[in-house]
Unconditional design. Structure first.
Length: 249
C-alpha cells in the first residue's frame, strides 16, 4: 500500500495564517512534513508556525505579500537556505473585493487579479527553479467553483480563479516530464473569515444550491490537498478537483 505520510518533505503554503491555508499547513504537518508559513498577516503567520513547531515539525513564518515579486523571491531564497528544498507548494492566498461590474473600481479589479492570479505565477516561478532541478515536486493551486461557473458581483474574482485553472493546466503540461504534478482544487462554500463576511441572506441562498446540504470546513479542502501531494496521487496532473458538496457537477 502506498503511504500518505509526508515525513522528510518540506511544504510551502501561502496565506496559511488562517482559513483553508492554516488547515492545510496543519494537515501536512500532521502527516510529517516541515511546513513554511507565508501570510501578509504577521501575527497569524507566527501563530500557525508556532502550532506546527509544537507538533514536533520544523516551521518558519514569513510575512510576505505574495503579489510582490521582490518579497516572493527573497522568501524563496531564504526558505532554500534554511530548508534546502521545497517539495510541495500550495498556492492558497486569495482575497475578494466584490461588486457589480458597473460599480467595480479599477483598483479592485487590479488588486484581486494581483493577489489571486499574479501571485500564483510569481511563487510558482520562484519555487519551480528548485523543483525542476530536483526533478520532483507537487504543486496545488486553490481556485474556486466561481472560476468555473461565474457569479454576479464577482467578475474580478471569477476571472482570477479561471486564470488559476488555465495556469494550472499549462504548467502541468510544462512540468510533466520532470515528475512535477500541478493540480487545482475548486472549493465551493467553505466556512472561513472570507465567507463569514457574507450576509445571512446570501448564505441561505448558497446553502440551497449545495446538494450535500451543508457548508464545507477548511479541513475538507486540506484533506484533498494532502491526497494530491502524496504518493497516492502520483498519476494525477492538470486536474481540477471540486470540493463543494456537489454544487458544481
Ligand atoms: P481567508 O480565511 O481570508 O484566508 C486567506 C489568508 O490569506 C489570510 O490569512 C489572508 O490574510 C492571507 N492573504 C491575503 N492577501 C495576502 C497576500 N497578498 N499575501 C499573502 N497572504 C495574503 O480565506 P480562505 O477562505 O481560507 O481562502 C483561501 C483560498 O481559498 C483563497 O484563494 C480563496 O479564494 C479560496 N476559496 C475559498 C472559498 C471559501 O468558501 N472560503 C471558496 C473557494 C475558494 P488577511 O486575513 O490579513 O487578509
Amino acid at each position: 500500500m502506498i503511504n500518505i505520510e509526508l515525513v522528510g518533505k518540506s511544504a510551502l503554503v501561502t496565506g496559511s495564517g488562517g482559513g483553508i491555508g492554516k488547515a492545510t499547513a496543519l494537515e501536512l504537518a500532521e502527516a510529517g512534513a516541515d511546513v513554511i508559513i507565508c501570510d501578509i498577516n504577521k501575527e497569524a503567520a507566527e501563530a500557525t508556525a508556532e502550532e506546527i513547531f509544537t507538533m514536533g515539525r520544523k516551521s518558519r513564518a514569513f510575512t510576505v505579500d505574495v503579489s510582490d515579486a521582490i518579497q516572493v523571491q527573497e522568501m524563496v531564497k531564504a526558505v532554500i537556505a534554511d530548508f534546502n528544498k521545497i517539495d510541495i507548494l500550495v498556492n492558497n492566498a486569495g482575497i475578494t473585493r466584490d461588486g457589480l461590474l458597473i460599480r467595480m473600481k479599477e483598483e479592485n479589479w487590479d488588486k484581486v487579479l494581483s493577489v489571486n492570479l499574479k501571485s500564483v505565477y510569481l511563487v510558482t516561478k520562484a519555487v519551480s527553479r528548485y523543483m525542476l532541478k530536483a526533478r520532483s515536486g507537487r504543486i496545488v493551486n486553490i481556485a474556486s467553483v466561481i472560476g468555473l461557473i461565474g457569479n454576479a458581483g464577482q467578475a474580478n474574482y471569477a476571472a482570477s480563479k479561471a486564470g488559476v485553472i488555465g495556469f494550472t493546466k499549462s504548467i502541468a503540461r510544462e512540468f510533466s516530464s520532470r515528475n512535477i504534478t500541478v493540480n487545482a482544487i475548486a472549493p465551493g462554500f467553505i466556512r472561513t473569515a472570507m465567507t463569514d463576511a457574507l450576509s445571512d441572506e446570501v448564505k441561505s441562498q448558497m446553502l440551497e444550491s449545495i446538494p450535500l446540504g451543508c457548508f464545507g470546513e477548511p479541513s475538507d479542502v486540506a484533506n484533498v490537498v494532502h491526497f494530491l501531494v502524496s504518493g497516492m496521487a502520483r498519476y494525477l496532473t492538470g486536474q481540477v478537483i471540486h470540493v463543494d458538496g456537489g454544487m458544481v457537477m
